[in-house]
Write a protein that binds this ligand. Structure first.
Ligand SMILES: Cc1cc2nc3c(=O)[nH]c(=O)nc-3n(C[C@H](O)[C@H](O)[C@H](O)COP(=O)(O)O)c2cc1C
Length: 273
């Protein structure tokens, strides 16, 4: 069982020990409370806060530590942010434009009934995806399937975007812990014509592929609710594909039942005649 001192240990003490600590609890809470926040005010973050966030990306793992990620931080070029916002809206309208309202109801369950139609409309006309223009930093995240810094020339195709994603999540969690809004936008990089255009505009060479615009800014308001996740057994199997992982809470139900004291038989009352 976890002792109180262990539960309160700091991060550096934690690496010396095993098991759950205060740092674990805080980290788990951060992970659970992280949300995509797409409404940003357009204000700037303090430079040192942004740098702390960017720095977290460096610590992500990569195959043989090749660090095949590059991030273009667009902060001052408002025109470029607007171009990315325009492309995002156009691409999102193409994706969501003919989504029937009914199809969104399950996904948007967490929104109050009154605001659901207008948010749905923002999704359909793509305006919800204009947020890069209100972000302080629009980080164009680039992956490479060809860039190697290792003697082992194994195929990178499963690694390029994975390492970028790991870096992004590091940044996202640090930014979230500081109360900043983040959202991850792939829609401007779906259509090859948009990719070419953006690469030309910001000088990304052919060996690198932009995969997302990760946006960081000041939130209009905090966001608590969002799409829910499946329970563990919805995503994890036990030992073999298709056998649902069983949560601790539901394990050994039979064993528990059999351990329960057998009910004492009621003595039959003697019926007086
Ligand atoms: C690979 C990937 C692509 C995504 N594409 C977009 C996108 O283009 N625009 C956007 O606003 N959010 C995008 N998202 C964010 C998801 O919509 C969001 O994470 C998901 O709905 C869960 O919501 P949450 O982040 O609030 O928990 C993307 C996320 C991932 C991992």
């Amino acid at each position: 069982m976890m002792t109180e001192s262990k539960a309160n240990s700091t991060v550096s003490e934690k690496v010396e020990s095993r098991g759950k600590s205060m740092a674990t609890n805080q980290l788990v809470e951060l992970i659970r409370m992280r949300r995509s926040i797409r409404r940003m005010t357009g204000e700037r973050l303090p430079d040192e806060d942004l740098e702390l966030i960017l720095d977290a990306a460096r610590y992500a793992p990569s195959p043989e530590n090749m660090q095949m990620w590059r991030y273009v931080v667009i902060r001052d070029d408002q025109e470029m942010k607007r171009i990315i916002a325009d492309i995002s809206q156009e691409a999102a309208r193409y994706v969501f434009g003919n989504f029937p309202y009914e199809a969104t109801q399950g996904r948007l369950w967490y929104l109050p009934d009154a605001s659901r139609p207008s948010i749905y409309e923002d999704i359909r006309d793509g305006s919800l995806f204009r947020y890069p223009e209100k972000a302080d930093a629009v980080i164009v995240c680039c992956a490479s399937e060809t860039w190697h810094d290792s003697t082992a020339m194994y195929p990178n195709e499963l690694c390029g975007s994975v390492v970028v994603a790991m870096g992004v999540l590091n940044m996202w969690l640090v930014a979230h812990s500081m109360g900043y809004a983040c959202a991850y936008q792939v829609v401007p990089f779906v259509d090859k014509r948009h990719v070419e255009f953006i690469c030309d505009k910001i000088g990304i060479p052919r060996t690198w592929t932009p995969i997302a615009a990760f946006c960081i800014g000041i939130p209009e308001k905090p966001r608590m609710l969002g799409p829910s996740r499946w329970p563990l057994e919805g995503s994890f199997y036990a030992e073999r594909w298709g056998i649902p992982y069983q949560r601790l809470a539901f394990r050994n139900q039979k064993a528990k039942k059999s351990k329960q004291k057998p009910k004492t038989k009621r003595k039959k009352r003697k019926v007086q005649r």
